[in-house]
Every structure is written in structure tokens, then in C-alpha cells.
Design a binder for this molecule. Structure first.
Ligand code: ZN
Length: 128
């Protein structure tokens, strides 16, 4: 059984689904209206396809038992006792995060600190 979203849920969903459009903007009545107006303007196959493609990326990832890879997905859910299973209609692999330099707190390929092993800067012993 499904239940329609409230205006607030629509607002929060669209802000999350269209970060390049609404992300980082300060919350205001104007933004709320802008988001609801945008949601109201969607129509047709193309808009629905884009919207659902974005919604699937908001789902909590599930781990494949076979490969260990993470997937965003949605589909029909079946609950039998304490077993939950899903027949996914849509799956999108979770993008693999870039290797991260914990020392410098930035992506390793943009780093170059000695811990990343690709530094061109050699630290010499202080001259005495
Ligand atoms: Zn580094």
C-alpha cells in the first residue's frame, strides 16, 4: 500500500535528487515554492525517466551477496517472516569512491604527500 508524499516530503526529495539545481541554497519560502513549482512542471516519459533515475540514487545501497558490490535499487518487496527480499526493477551500482589520503584528507590522485608515495618533494635532513 502506498501513500502520497506531502509537500514537505516532495520538497526534501527534490532538493536531494537535483543537487545541482537546488543544493546549497538557503532554505526559504521562495526556495520551497521554486522546488514545488519545478516538481509540478514535470510531465511525460522523459521527465519521469530522469526523476526515477535520480530517485534510485537516493536509496540505501544493498550489497550483492555474490560480488560484494554495492547497488542502489528499488523494486517489489516481499516479506516472509523475518526474511525480506526484493525483486529489483532498477539497479545502479554505487560509484566506487576514489582512493583517499587520510593524512591530507583529500583524494590520493590530487595529493602527492609522502604517504601517498608519489611525492616529487624529498624531505632532506636539515643541514648543520
Ligand atoms: Zn597524501
Amino acid at each position: 500500500m502506498s501513500k502520497s508524499l506531502t509537500d514537505l516530503e516532495i520538497y526534501e526529495t527534490f532538493v536531494a535528487a537535483y543537487p545541482e539545481k537546488f543544493g546549497g541554497k538557503e532554505e526559504s519560502d521562495e526556495l520551497f515554492e521554486e522546488v514545488l513549482e519545478f516538481a509540478n512542471s514535470l510531465e511525460g516519459f522523459e521527465d519521469i525517466s530522469v526523476l526515477l533515475g535520480r530517485i534510485v540514487m537516493l536509496t540505501h545501497p544493498m550489497k550483492s551477496g555474490l560480488t560484494g558490490r554495492l547497488w542502489h535499487c528499488f523494486g517489489a518487496v516481499e516479506i516472509k517472516g523475518d526474511q525480506v527480499s526484493m525483486t529489483a526493477c532498477v539497479t545502479r551500482e554505487v560509484p566506487t569512491p576514489k582512493p583517499w589520503c587520510k593524512t591530507m584528507d583529500r583524494p590520493k590522485d590530487e595529493c602527492g604527500c609522502p604517504d601517498c608515495g608519489s611525492s616529487l618533494v624529498q624531505m632532506g635532513e636539515p643541514q648543520s
